[in-house]
Design a binder for this molecule. Structure first.
Ligand code: SF4
Ligand code: SF4
Length: 119
């Protein structure tokens, strides 16, 4: 998988950071829980407890990596792991991006048992 170059090397650090942040459409979809099952990642319909569902914004953004286990700042390595939804602005131009599978792909009884296991 080849990641497209999204940042212009001629920008200063602050400009590059702003450009990187501006790619995000603030849809909030990456802040829904993901569950790995039999080696595949599934994107659930359960939002993170810190996601404001009215604005799709994180309510603890500056402390998110401390407040929420598994929440990490986005970088190219994380993108390559395939945890962002296929609709995410950061991955839309990536050829063969391995997007998480829809939660609805799993049979209901498996979904129930996974939710119980992870809650
Ligand atoms: S803590 Fe992380 S996963 Fe939760 S809403 Fe904030 S950015 Fe999203
Ligand atoms: S899924 Fe992508 S575009 Fe949507 S909020 Fe997350 S990082 Fe931004």
């Amino acid at each position: 998988m080849k990641l497209p170059k999204v940042i212009d090397n001629n920008l200063c650090e602050q400009q590059a950071h702003t450009q990187w942040e501006n790619i995000c459409r603030r849809c909030g979809r990456c802040c829904y829980e993901k569950i790995e099952y039999l080696g595949k990642i599934y994107l659930t319909n359960t939002p993170c407890e810190y996601l404001d569902l009215a604005t799709n914004e994180c309510t603890v953004y500056l402390q998110r990596c401390q407040k929420k286990q598994g929440c990490v700042a986005l970088n190219e390595k994380i993108i390559a792991m395939g945890v962002l939804p296929g609709s995410c602005a950061y991955v839309q131009k990536i050829e063969n991006y391995p997007a998480p599978f829809p939660w609805s792909d799993l049979p209901e009884e498996i979904r129930k048992s996974l939710i119980e296991e992870f809650s």
